[in-house]
Design a protein around this ligand. Sequence first.
Ligand code: WT7
Length: 635
Amino acid sequence: MKNYQIESLPDYFKQYKKSIKNPKKFWDKIADDNFVWYQKWEKVVKYDMREAKIEWFINAKLNMTKNCIDRHLLNRSNKNAIIFEPNDPNEAVQYITYQELHERVCKFANVLRDQGIQKGDRVCIYLPMVPELAISMLACARIGAIHSVVFAGFSSSAIAARINDCESKMVITSNGSFRGDKTINLKALVDEALEKTHTVEKVLLVKRTDIEVPVKEGRDQWIAPLLEKASADCVPEIMDAEDPLFILYTSGSTGKPKGMLHTTAGYMVYTAYTFKNVFNYQENDIFWCTADIGWITGHSYILYGPLLNGATTVIFEGVPSYPQPDRFWEVIDKHKVTQFYTAPTAIRALAKEDTKWVDEHDLSSLKVIGSVGEPINDEAWHWYNDHVGRKKCPIVDTWWQTETGGILISPIPFVTPTKPTYATLPLPGIQPVLLNDKRIEIIGNQTTGNLCIRYPWPGIARSIWGDHQRYIETYFSAYPGKYFTGDGALRDEVGYYRITGRVDDVIIVSGHNLGTAPIEDSINEHPAVAESAIVGYPHDIKGNALYGFVMLKDIGESRDKDNLRKEINQIITEQIGPIAKLDKIQFVSGLPKTRSGKIMRRILRKIAEGAFDQFGDTSTLLNPEVVEEIKEGKL
Ligand code: WT7
């Protein structure tokens, strides 16, 4: 990124003002100065916020991997692009230079083409955090295929739903994965998923463990021998600015997961620009984001943002507690990490350990530390600041979403004075507004409201795969003409933003975005269950945990309730994955409902929290007796 480093607070305000006054000019220059294009755009942006039609860099032509890899071969060919830190600290680290990355991506891309994958085809990637995950995504981008990465903790039903939704033609997976002291057979989950799908023609297998897996003739192939034979020369596909780059599924408050569609040029420009500024990236820094690439954080800030800047990015396969609770700190010291980016849930878990685990490591390489995924509470913020940043590294509390493609609100390190629990100020190009429930914009500071964004930015998702109407309804109809984030926010006296949490039925558990509806749907499939409602309640480590109120068909049912609880969590694990398991299950004889039949979750949330005297207005409640009973049942 040439000359786009924000240098000081006045410089931030200057750039910010420019970006709002003339967004076209602002993004035009950034795009022009920092990327390689086959053809430049005719127009910077075209948008209709009511129809949710947004296009950036109209008619420009490019290839993402030319920008992530090829152009760095001139000056950075021997620089490490990826440092792979395996789950087991005794296994050798892999250093992948830009030169080697180029070769491996080209070979992989040629294999994809040989296997019949063409521009526009969807490829489902279900891999652990190994270099092949990054390489296969880049290989898709090289040939214009659309990757749909499914987090390797998801169940076979979740894989099947995602394959079916975007009609993936291929799955790339591995025989197994390592996580701490566990080994998981990923191929078995894919095999199960494929029984419920009809579009997958080929499965490519990466060998990661010694698990023996069945290889289905005509469908499955080990990738290694194919790569060996493949040419290292691969002409990139020429892509239009608005050609899809990837689909990534995120939970909604209702219905099936939403396949958020991100396109090529806008996403590229936005992730590169935000990476540079939010992390104060300098040549030769070693950047480590601990997220899984299966989430948007990994897409944007393990893979695309860093590689677009020619950076060195760490891919970590393991977990923070293995083999000991100092693994993060050990890895920072081992690779001399300069920027460390993690989630509040991990910080809280590690803060529970004896401080000797962190204090005894040399963390002096660190310059900037970041947080993402959920609000960071005051205690966690201070622990992070004291023990990890050692009071000399600014904390960037970065607020954004799968839908936004990149960070929207965050301090700029060494520029924006930080304030615990505040994501602080919008990045240039981002125009946040707060609205009340009457859709009226709240002007001025020291106020709260529903957080919307007024003007499009290059990284915003363009649609929900196969369902543009749902995209309009979910994000652009609550506050016509604006993008609605689903979050509530507070704006303090100087204009700093603090995100207060979801205002819809999405619950963030350990930084994972979970919709209540899909969990309820799966519980309701249990033959004994009539109806259920899930709410979140505060949890020390996870931020929120899940509380299920479950109504049985036969109220006097004399079954073993503990066993029933296990069965319910078993169904959730099978249909969604272990991350959606309920921490508490209370059996009830009815759920509080409004006269129009809507479950009053607000009351259930208060019950789950134990705040029995804060139910607010209950005048529209149809069955107050149920509330009394649930309260008593909890006591
Ligand atoms: C939701 C989006 C963005 C990558 C990870 C999550 C919450 C995210 C913060 C933050 C408070 C945050 C919001 C948002 N969130 N970052 N710094 N402070 N809340 O992506 O799964 O799409 O979830 O995560 O509620 O809407 P996601």
